[in-house]
Write a protein that binds this ligand. Structure first.
Ligand code: HEM
Length: 440
């Protein structure tokens, strides 16, 4: 038996021992008031598998490839797993969940060829453990949108260049051969994540997430050269009579996440307090209807709306690191002069000290047969997201031929279907942050 295997088996045996002791003692190991009343038990004993990864869960960039201009290339396949608790959270269930994550991490390696993971916890989690939530509940962000306001306990954001790795990880964490609930299942992947409960034998040496969490919704997708075109045919919201721009990494035809238009991981990290080292995550689902985007606009028109009123296709082709827009731009004047306002130009008015305040990690999706973007934004505070999203609406520019949804960035082609806010703690706290009696 290898050292690794011996350590895992030993660790699992220790965990099982704790589970038995807990059951005999009958104590419920909740945090907050319940935890205090129950006389919180000590954390389960047993060494967790050792895995070396950055202390920040959101520290993905160092393990991602870059293109020739130095822009970070996101993992080509990504998923968001929205979860609820299966039962009262206990240190034992937390230990098993952490062991399950580490086991998969050990096997896969921590770069885009392997598996990148970031787990965010929502207000529902903090309510459950009686701790004040460090993030507010999601709300609609303008009076034109009516999003579903999601309140998951947590969201697992996973990415890999290899979708098989994501499938295997899901199966290992949440159970094998599970019966995917069609309502909860996204389009990609074959894992039985909807099942939620680990099948018999799955909890062996590796731990499981299924004693703690049940997946209520899977969002699946992809980003990278040519992948959108591979998913075009038969997808609602995409042109059926012409291909997407050659090699486009996103459905709207442009590369997103260019280095000059992104916040750094440092800038989105919470600087002080209980959650220092973590970040916050906003997750929304945006439906796209791109027929007129491609049918009614030429290259210039699309570039103006995506970037800025005076940006040309030549600018986009040459300035591969992104285009720096002015935070003090007078968008009303732009509207009067050009009759159009760009998406990036508007969002850039939320920059602080010259830099963007959100780090975007969104990806394309054909979940439920329609084109969409699963938007993931990281920022030190949800207020930074709200300010950027409001800036993107460019309300001060509305007038003349610019309306809320006309000639105003990309707002005409997108509908926000849902929103959620989460805390992404640092890695040491990535499972059950704040649960009394538990630390990894
Ligand atoms: C359909 C969805 C979206 C698409 C396809 C999209 C695409 C893009 C593209 C191509 C750029 C310029 C290049 C770059 O990223 O570096 C950009 C910039 C940007 N977008 Fe979006 N975007 C979308 C939605 C959003 C949303 C919902 C927000 C939230 C506020 C947002 C915030 C930003 C920001 C902050 C910038 C950079 C502005 C700056 O330079 O300061 N985007 N987006």
């Amino acid at each position: 038996m290898s050292v690794t295997r011996r350590r895992l088996v030993g660790a699992a045996a220790a965990a099982t021992g704790v589970a038995a002791a807990t059951a005999v003692g009958g104590s419920r190991l909740l945090g907050g008031d319940d935890g205090a009343r129950a006389g919180v038990a000590t954390r389960p004993r047993g060494a967790l598998p050792r895995v070396v990864r950055p202390s920040r869960q959101h520290g993905w960039n160092a393990s991602l490839d870059r293109d020739r201009a130095g822009n970070v290339l996101p993992p080509r396949h990504q998923r968001l797993l929205l979860c609820e608790l299966v039962d009262d959270p206990t240190p034992d269930a937390a230990w098993r969940a952490e062991a399950a994550l580490r086991h998969v991490e050990r096997r896969t390696g921590g770069d885009h060829r392997g598996l990148l993971i970031a787990i965010g916890w929502g207000p529902a989690w903090f309510r459950r453990i009686g701790v004040r939530s460090p993030v507010p509940a999601a709300v609609a962000l303008n009076d034109a949108e009516v999003p579903r306001l999601d309140d998951p306990v947590c969201v697992l954001h996973v990415g890999s260049d290899d979708p098989e790795i994501l499938d295997r990880a899901e199966r290992e964490w949440f159970g094998r051969g599970g019966d995917v609930d069609p309502a909860a299942a996204g389009g990609g992947g074959t894992a039985g994540a909807g099942a939620g409960h680990p099948a018999a034998g799955d909890d062996g040496a590796h731990g499981t997430l299924g004693h703690l969490l049940r997946v209520t919704e899977r969002r699946t997708g992809f980003v990278g050269d040519g992948l959108p075109e591979e998913h075009r045919t038969g997808t609602a919201g995409l042109p059926q009579d012409r291909p997407l721009p050659e090699g486009a990494p996103m459905f709207m035809g442009f590369q997103s996440g260019l280095r000059r238009n992104q916040a750094s991981e440092d800038d989105v990290t919470i600087a002080s307090g209980r959650w220092a080292g973590g970040t916050t995550m906003h997750v929304s689902s945006i439906a796209l209807a791109l027929d007129s985007w491609y049918r009614s606009l030429d290259d210039r028109g699309r570039v103006q709306r995506m970037f800025g009123a005076t940006t040309t296709p030549r600018d986009v082709a040459r300035r591969r690191r992104g285009i720096r827009f002015d935070a003090d731009a007078d968008l009303a004047a732009v509207q009067r002069r050009h009759g159009v306002v760009g998406h990036a130009e508007a969002a850039a008015t939320a920059r602080r000290d010259g830099d963007p305040v959100i780090l975007r990690r969104d990806f394309n999706s054909v979940d439920r047969g329609g084109a969409r973007v699963h938007f993931v934004a990281l920022q030190a505070s949800i207020d930074d997201f709200v300010a950027t999203r409001r800036a993107m609406d460019a309300r001060r520019a509305v007038g003349g031929v610019v309306g809320v949804h006309v000639n105003n960035g990309i707002t005409e082609w997108m509908t926000v279907e849902s929103r959620a806010n989460l805390l992404v703690p640092s890695r040491a706290d990535r499972i059950c942050p704040g649960l009394r009696g538990w630390s990894a």
